[in-house]
Design a binder for this molecule. Sequence first.
Ligand code: NDP
Length: 397
Amino acid sequence: MAHVLIIGAGGVGSVVAHKCAQVPGVFSEISLASRTKAKCDAIAAGVAKRTGVTVSTHQLDADVVAETVALIRKIKPELVLNVALPYQDLPLMDACLEAGVDYLDTANYEPPELAKFEYKYQWAYRDRFQQADLMALLGSGFDPGVTNVFCAWAQKHHFDEIHELDIIDCNAGDHGQHFATNFNPEINIREITQRGRYWEHGEWLETDPLSWSMTYDFPDNIGPKKCFLLYHEELESLVLHLKGLKRARFWMTFSDQYLTHLRVLENVGMTGIKPVEYEGRAIVPLKFLKAVLPEPASLGPLTKGKTCIGCLLKGIKDGREKKLYVYNICRHEDAYNEVGSQAISYTTGVPAMIGAMLMLNGTWKGRGVFNMEMLDPDPFMAALNLHGLPWEAVELA
Ligand code: NDP
């Protein structure tokens, strides 16, 4: 029985609050804090209506360490579950160290002025979390998160060595909007407009943004879709933890309509992150763009279709070559019917709840800073099947 403090009342925060409320045997008390308290209150009302569970709500600027420390000391949670933005990762880790509570997030830190995510900032906290006898779990969403666990599970049960990894993220859903992103638009566009990056034979190689593509034939009647090579943060930790790895890449599907809009927005400078002077004020174009795009949380009732996110692994078992595809299919409509959110928020929020549950019930224990594949994948894989994200593992010829 434990008290969780969820920080961030967006699309993902709403799913996490609902999913924690579905497991009262672990999450006996749920608090939700965010910059805009009205958003916390709206989520709490949805959770009360669907589950009868009360979520207490708080206003918080998570960039201010002292504010978070004061809230933690007042309400005394056992875990801080960060589903605000990556910019808040470091101040929230500082607050957890100061107040003495465990930490979990779903996306790694990136400095606001540099669109480049790297684990070095958060890995630098390892000694301080160890010395404080605390645990920080990084990247407990779907990708990163479940994809890391799929790899750890494949390594544990299916391979002696994994030589090639392709993580393939397909959103075959449609929200009917001209242009909208399924998670925070600012973070999403920063990620997609970066240079591509993959790992081969021990070194990182770069590609121009969205310049490499392949077509993958997805299961469950989704069919063939064009996927683009991107850099994604889980590659950085997985290349350290998978035995025998020779190549690791990440791919994501985008529709032609999405890419056309993105290209135009880039060409006119709307995706820039450097401030520009406008009528005496400094404005960051991408932040302004975010303000006019639909909020991810508003796409729930509009989005139809499926997501399919998985890992395609090639390697050796007992001297024999083996190819395994481990994946989950999630239907946007099912996610909406259950918790009022689309599948991207759902596929992120469920693993965040599961990571928190395993930490709070003592199944995943540790001192220091952990990426998901460093922990035993079996209880997490079992929990995915129980809590709304069932997976399949298929051996391919
Ligand atoms: P949203 O933009 O919908 O929600 C973010 C929330 O954080 C908002 O409620 C926002 O408040 C709040 N927030 C922002 N800054 C602060 C602050 N300084 N203090 C307190 N609250 C703050 O984003 P999503 O829910 O779509 O995404 C949440 C996180 O999940 C992101 O970090 C994203 O990168 C990550 N993610 C991870 C995925 C994975 O698979 N690992 C996939 C998808 C997302 P306000 O409403 O006032 O702006």
